[in-house]
Design a binder for this molecule. Structure first.
Ligand code: ADP
Length: 705
């Protein structure tokens, strides 16, 4: 009867344990349920679940069920110690009977030494808990009665441990499934959070994947396009799948490029597209993952930078700002509008603005004129903009009811972008761009661009006007010089003429003293005439009034004529004059009087800046022309001055330290004369070592021939 009761109770315990296994939500709950079902139902002293301790030095109790007689357990059961340690090591179930067994094993098995106090003399059954073939822990049942022979009890323990293991396996599988589902959802939301459109195509071009950004960018929803051929959805993307690109993708190479894509509505936009291959383990292409990004803004920014650079070049290319403004207008259409108009305040500074340049390919001349006056009219936008420093967007509603608003409506204009032109605190005018209703509206980028352009245009206009002013004043100065020189010349001619007359003896013999005095008058007059010639030549060149009289001449002959002019001065200073000129020199086509003037200028400088030694002239033919040089043994010129001495009025010695006269114009006249004759000048000189000025002239200058 007692046996029957025991069997029933054991069955009930087994069922309770099975229920705990099935009905628990977590592994821990299941283990706890099993331990208490067995502990209660089988009259155990205690039941433990041992698991590797967190510090991995041995096993520790993770779950337990204990009766009041339960012996205390150590925090950690060192590796291999006790029956739980043995089972953990072998993976095989083991059992031992209470005090008798302990006494027996005390001398033989060191691992079981001292286990009697741990089990409190109770029998112990230890069962491995295996999950997916791996030991997860061990179950220990402490029992006050011997268990060695109790096959049924051992069987119950083993079967419950097995059930528990299976349940844990199932739960792990479920957890993994749940986690991998979560992982997938996580990856999907990750891809959706990416700003770029991410799509995937199979090797046949069918769409496999389409993220949220792709939906936004292309306007197609994922469920509309997945499974559809990409050719129908983004033909432009497919167009890149040239055999070459496909071959590269098959090789595992990625592809990147810019394409013009189109959205569902048919709007085209530039996109940066990448294609990356996904290959199977066999190396075959399984899919292509494409990303695409709208790069309209970047493109516009690049375009804007390019436009500003081009406009800057145009504006800097000439000081004739009216011509460059016209070109800038043309360049800015259609980037900044369908039409560009520039108004400027008149140079005289009178009030009002005048249209000075426009580009309006879509309007007739008459319409352009109406637009120009509507903008500048009393209720037009320019009145507003001129007073401010910043560009402004103005739509038609803003001008509703005004006369200019009506004109804009008639011309089909929806929006204006107007920017004031300001330089040195002065309003110089404004430019205005217009856009039709069917175009994209003005954006911040356009406003910034207009602002940048306004800065450049304003400074070009300002520079142009300043240059014009300075040119005018410089022309006035040149005219003044020409007039004065001319007026000086007439009395000077009289002086020279009468001096000649006196030395000729026509008006009576002169005494020796008188002849010397008249000769000094003549030297002074010659010098003065030379200075006046220099000023006149400079004035003519500066005003661009120099005319060329081209003829074929003997270069040697011209040089000899120049030497004749300078010989008296050289002799007066006791300088020797070496003339190394062939009797028949190279013939060139040039303006002989200008060449003579150049040589006389060089020679008179050579004499002027040389106190002793010699002055020499040399003429020789060179390829394509002739080379003429004038050398002296005079004071020389420091190298840093070699370029500057050709500037008008530039003199190496300051007026205070100069011992010789001069206008500082001779070399600048020479340089300009030689330039218009198609030649060039070079100088070799060093202080104390003399100077050589060399002129090279072409046999026949291109523009003059
Ligand atoms: P200037 O009327 O002062 O001679 P130029 O234009 O002819 O003016 O020459 C400019 C300056 O170059 C001179 O003032 C002088 O300092 C220097 N220069 C020109 N020719 C010579 C030379 N042969 N030797 C030394 N210095 C020279």
């Amino acid at each position: 009867m007692a046996e029957e009761g025991l069997a029933r109770r054991r069955l009930a315990a087994r069922n309770a344990a099975a229920n705990a296994v099935v009905g628990s939500a977590t592994d821990e709950e299941a283990i706890r349920g099993v331990l208490s079902a067995l502990g209660d139902g089988l009259d155990l002293t205690a039941a433990y679940y041992w698991r590797p301790a967190s510090n991995s030095r041995g096993l520790s109790v993770a779950e337990s069920w204990e009766s009041p007689e339960a012996p205390p357990q150590p925090d950690v059961l060192p590796h291999g110690e006790g029956l739980p340690g043995q089972v953990w090591r072998t993976g095989e179930p083991a059992w031992t009977d209470g005090a008798a067994a302990t006494a027996e094993s005390a001398g033989t098995d060191p691992s079981e030494r001292g286990s009697a106090p741990r089990t409190g003399g109770a029998s112990s059954i230890v069962l491995p808990l295996t999950v997916h073939g791996t030991l997860a822990g061990v179950l220990e049942l402490l029992c006050s009665r011997p268990v060695e022979e109790d096959v049924e009890l051992l069987g119950i323990g083993a079967s419950v441990a097995r059930q528990l293991g299976h349940a844990m396996e199932r739960r792990h599988a479920q957890r993994e499934l749940r986690e991998s589902g979560e992982r997938l959802r996580f990856q999907a939301s990750l891809l959706n959070a990416v700003g770029e459109a991410v799509t995937a195509l199979d090797p046949e071009g069918q769409i496999l994947y389409w993220n949220a950004s792709a939906e936004r960018l292309y306007g197609w929803r994922a469920e509309e396009v997945i499974g559809v051929s990409a050719e129908e959805v983004t033909p432009e993307l497919v167009a890149q799948h040239t055999p070459d690109v496909l071959a590269r993708l098959r090789e595992g190479e990625a592809w990147t490029g810019e394409l013009i894509m189109r959205d569902r509505e048919g709007h085209a936009f530039p996109a940066m597209v990448t294609g990356s291959p996904v290959r199977g383990e066999d190396g075959d292409l399984r899919a292509v993952i494409c990303t695409s990004r709208d790069i309209t803004d970047r493109k516009r920014f690049e375009e804007a930078q390019q436009f500003l650079a081009d406009a800057g070049r145009v504006l800097a290319s000439s000081l004739d700002y009216l011509a460059t403004l016209e070109e800038v207008c043309t360049q800015s259409v259609p980037l900044l509008g369908d039409c560009c108009i520039i108004h400027l305040t008149p140079e005289s500074g009178d009030g009002g603005v005048l249209p000075v340049a426009h580009c309006s390919p879509e309007l007739t001349d008459e319409e352009t004129a109406r637009l120009e006056s509507a903008i500048a009219g009393p209720d037009g936008v320019l009145q507003d903009v001129l007073g401010s420093r910043h560009p402004r967007r103005i739509d038609r509603e803003e001008l509703e009811g005004t006369a200019s608003g009506r004109i804009l409506r008639d011309l089909g204009i929806a929006e204006l972008l107007a920017a004031p032109l300001h330089a040195r605190d002065q309003a110089l005018g404004a430019f205005t761009f217009t856009r039709r209703a069917d175009g994209p509206p003005y954006r911040d980028l356009d406003v910034r661009l207009a602002d940048e352009l306004a800065l450049r245009v304003a400074s070009a206009v300002d520079n142009g006007r300043l240059y014009r002013d300075s040119e005018e004043s410089s022309r006035a100065k040149t005219d003044f010089l020409a007039v004065v020189s001319h007026e000086l010349r007439t009395p000077l001619n009289a002086i020279t003429g009468y001096a000649d007359l006196m030395t000729s003896g026509v008006s009576g013999e002169l005494s020796e003293e008188q002849v010397r005095q008249v000769e000094r008058i003549k030297v002074g007059a010659r010098h003065l005439a030379h200075l006046i010639d220099e000023i006149l030549a400079f004035a003519r060149l500066d005003a661009g009034r120099e005319e060329l009289r081209m003829e074929e001449v003997d270069a040697a002959e011209v040089a000899r004529e120049a030497v004749v002019v300078i010989r008296p001065d050289a002799e007066a200073k006791g300088l020797s004059l070496d003339v190394d000129v062939p009797s028949h020199g190279p013939r060139i086509r040039t303006d002989a009087s200008k060449v003579r003037q150049v040589l006389v200028n060089f020679l008179s400088n050579a004499v002027k800046y040389t106190e002793e030694g010699s002055v020499s002239v040399r003429v020789r033919p060179v390829t394509g022309g002739v080379e003429m040089s004038v050398s002296d043994t005079g004071i020389g010129i420091p190298e840093r001055e070699h370029d500057r001495i050709f500037e008008p009025f530039r003199q190496v010695q300051s007026p205070n330290t100069r011992t010789v006269g001069g206008t500082g114009l001779g070399l600048s006249v020479n340089r300009r004369l030689v330039e218009i004759l198609g030649g060039n000048i070079s100088v070799e000189s060093a202080p104390g070592r003399g100077s050589t000025f060399t002129v090279r002239l072409p046999a026949a200058p291109e523009e003059a021939s």
